[in-house]
Design a protein around this ligand. Structure first.
Ligand SMILES: [Zn+2]
Length: 339
């Protein structure tokens, strides 16, 4: 069982240890009481939305890579032990390792260190915030303190010169915020790799934006699956990274009803669904990149055509958009122009 663990030592680096984490003893940092969390104070450089899907995570991974790669992990604090899957020894061994890259696979964020790896699954309620080290927030589950930047790895071109990037001389803190304690942070050590649920070999299909998911591969894969289209798109074993919201948007773009059976699709509809999938995700990533900052800390979905727009006019045919299902599982579609 993981237990509360606090690290503040630095190995192989000259980074300053944040004073706010230096005096805490293991077990002393119980979950802070629920409070009114101010979004403005302290102001984060960057914060991710809840219930992220592939476009949100793709942009977040690019942003975090640009902000943090080339820095060493200088300190680590676990406030909610339920969040972390790691032994104290594995956590200890992370300190001092340089972060080489931040990437994404399915709905997982991967922090590739010199030797080990940190994998984060934000689930429904987890968020990541990047801020100055003295920033501490009530919903903090885990915080990772990084050193000044030692080198500047290549980063996505849209991040270059961005105002939200911490300066090279800053010591940024990456905080996993999660009031509901659903998110998970796994340490995958090089010596004894831990199996991350949902990321085991064979568990994930190709990422929905993977260049290797060609139209030919798509046709072949989709014919192996039965059932309704919406659950199919959300099936991570089929294609990885799509959740409830983007499944609605993709089906709208393809003019297909979410309840259609895969087996009822004509060959051209299979192809149209592929085109809609790729276009919808690429367009969303482009929009989200432009919106960082200032609104990345909120869930930017105001560009959606149907999801979350029940009762409003369909952008294509002006009929009222329909919605079925409860809460976060709701499905939105247009009954007139989706078939
Ligand atoms: Zn319509």
């Amino acid at each position: 069982m993981p237990r509360p663990f606090v690290l503040s030592k630095v190995r192989g680096g000259s980074a300053a240890v944040p004073p706010s984490s230096a005096g805490l003893a293991p077990g002393s940092s119980a979950v802070l009481p629920e409070g009114r969390e101010s979004l403005a104070q302290p102001s984060p450089w960057l914060q991710s939305p809840t219930v992220p899907e592939l476009p949100d995570l793709a942009v977040l991974a690019e942003a975090l890579h640009a902000a943090l790669a080339g820095r060493r992990l200088g300190g680590l604090r676990v406030r909610t032990p339920l969040t972390v899957r790691a032994t104290p020894g594995e956590l200890d061994a992370l300190i001092g390792q340089r972060l080489l890259a931040v990437g994404r696979r399915g709905k997982f964020l991967r922090f590739e260190l010199e030797r080990d790896e940190i994998v984060v699954n934000l689930m429904r309620s987890g968020r990541l915030a990047l801020s100055a080290v003295d920033a501490d927030r009530p919903a903090t589950a885990v915080s990772l303190d990084f050193t000044t930047r030692e080198e500047q790895p290549l980063a996505a071109s849209w991040t270059i010169g961005a105002s939200w990037l911490p300066p090279a001389t800053a010591t940024p803190r990456l905080t996993l915020l999660d009031r509901q304690q659903m998110a998970k942070l796994y340490v995958v050590s090089a010596e004894a790799p831990r199996v991350v649920p949902g990321l085991e070999p064979g568990a994930l299909g190709p990422d929905a934006d993977d260049p290797e998911l060609s139209l030919e591969v798509w046709r072949e894969r989709i014919h192996r699956h039965r059932g309704q289209l919406k659950p199919l798109l959300r099936n991570q074993h089929f294609v990885a990274g799509i959740g409830n919201a983007y499944a609605d948007e993709i089906l709208y773009a393809a003019r297909l009803l979410p309840f259609r059976q895969r087996s009822s699709l004509a060959a051209e509809e299979v192809d149209e669904l592929y085109v809609a999938l790729r276009r919808t995700l690429a367009a969303a990533i482009e929009v989200l990149r432009q919106r960082v900052p200032p609104t990345f800390e909120r869930q930017v979905r105001d560009f959606f055509a149907v999801h979350g727009r029940a009762g409003l006019p369909c952008p294509r045919c002006a009929s009222r958009i329909s919605e079925v299902g409860p809460g976060e599982e709701r499905t939105a579609y247009c009954r007139r122009c989706q078939q």
